[in-house]
Design a binder for this molecule. Structure first.
Ligand code: PMP
Length: 416
């Protein structure tokens, strides 16, 4: 089929927000791991000669590293709008950050999530958590949460804490969730809210204070920094009252001879036992600084033009069916999941890789309840029985171009 006229797209950003890649290889899998931004690579290269122990040594190298680590904490906290009483704790990734929070919950906390969440925001929560069905639209999410919290408050001890755990943008569909409204509802019912910003933060400014969320979790490797760094930011009280997430060196202020004779540190150190990932923290901070200096409205407009090009092109392919939770016009970041009727998704992904050097993701995207539901819904909407049981996902970001999107569309058109 011939492709329709597609929206034009501005050039990709230049340094320090250009991304590293391999010539000829097309990465359309930013939602899994984004390529490294030059800002991150430069920050690591600059610090490498100074590489030494953090928080432990007296030498000049070590002191510089300690300063760099704490400055990175400040930069990342500022980038996400951390408030005066928030802790900024470096973790390995979003999964680690949410597990840390899960371990820090006061006894008796009920966690309320939606079935549309990534496994990282479904599985860490304690038994007795409430999982609300995937809503039909964002307003439905707000209504469902209000109803669930009203019921919970009526049926259980109102003194027990409640935590609402939601994503900012779906890793399956890219659709935005009404975070500020959900936060308002949570607080109205005396609950706290944690935002899984893994997919939102790479595409839009996320500010804890503006959104009025209590905790936020992100992954550096989806935010143009290398693997191994994430952050949990949020209210200090639960975090300071909890047992250390990683007991060990650095997490204590005093250890005596008896086994129980230990005084745990307060603040981020309490949960950051062991030698920290300095380079990862510094790289993430460098990306945050570069994004702070960038015109994010222009970056978002560019991404939306690219996304419109991709979705318009996919919609014109009669054998391709998009997955979506909300309506076709619901706002979303640069993520699209779809199926090719009559084609196994893993086979399509392999063919894209080997014949076209295009990398996409296939499967159920660590969001099995949502992906299975959307696959069923897509089959009904398209009136087709030949849709495969897993999906494909294309996701874009800073380094993506119109030419790459067009290559994907042309490759998919060949499968008709
Ligand atoms: N939440 C969402 C919405 C995600 O997309 C992901 C990663 N796919 C995660 C959490 C987990 O991130 P990580 O694997 O970096 O811990």
């Amino acid at each position: 089929p011939s492709l329709p006229a597609l929206p034009t797209v501005a050039p990709a950003p230049s340094a320090p927000l250009d991304v590293l890649g391999v010539p000829g290889e097309i990465n359309l899998d930013y939602a899994a791991t984004a390529p490294c931004a030059r800002a991150a690579a430069d920050a690591v290269t600059e610090l490498l000669p100074w590489y030494a122990s953090v928080h432990r040594g007296a030498g000049a190298l070590s002191r510089r590293c300690t300063l760099a680590y704490e400055r990175a904490r400040q930069t990342v906290g500022d980038f996400f709008g951390a408030r005066a009483d928030d802790h900024v704790i470096f973790t390995r990734n979003t999964t680690d950050a949410l597990n840390l929070l899960a371990r820090a919950l006061p006894a008796g906390t009920t966690v309320v999530t939606f079935a549309g969440e990534h496994h990282a925001n479904l599985l860490p929560w304690p038994r007795g958590s409430v999982r609300l069905p995937v809503p039909a639209d964002p307003a439905g999410a707000v209504r469902a949460l209000a109803a669930a919290l009203t019921e919970l408050r009526r049926d259980s001890n109102p003194a027990l804490p409640v935590l609402v755990a939601v994503t900012g943008a779906s890793n399956v569909t890219g659709e935005l969730w009404p975070v500020a409204e959900l936060a308002r509802v949570a607080h109205r019912h005396g609950a706290r809210i944690v935002l899984d910003a893994a997919q939102l933060a790479p595409h839009a400014p996320v500010d804890l204070d503006t959104l009025d969320v209590d905790y936020l979790a992100v992954s550096g490797h989806k935010l143009y920094a290398p693997f191994g760094t994430g952050v949990l930011i949020g209210r200090a009280d639960w975090l300071d009252a909890a047992a250390p997430y990683l007991a060990g060196g650095g997490a204590t202020s005093h250890v005596g001879p008896a086994t129980h004779d230990v005084t745990w540190a307060y603040g981020p150190a309490r949960h950051e036992g062991g030698t920290p990932n300095l380079l990862g923290a510094v790289a993430l901070a460098a990306v945050c600084a570069a994004l702070t200096d960038a015109d994010r409205v222009a970056l978002a407009a560019r991404e939306q033009a690219l996304l419109a090009r991709l979705r318009t092109g996919l919609a014109a392919l009669p054998h391709v069916v998009e997955l979506r939770t909300f309506g076709p016009d619901a706002p979303r970041v640069g993520i699209v999941s779809f199926v090719v009727a009559g084609w196994d998704s893993a086979a399509v992904a392999a063919r894209l890789a080997t014949e076209h050097r295009i990398g996409v993701r296939d499967g159920l995207f660590c969001a099995h309840p949502l992906a299975r539901r959307l696959l069923g819904e897509a089959a009904g909407r398209a009136g087709r029985r030949d849709l495969p049981p897993t999906a494909l996902r294309a996701s874009i970001g800073l380094g993506s171009t119109a030419a790459q999107v067009d290559r994907l569309l042309a490759a998919l058109a060949e499968l008709s």
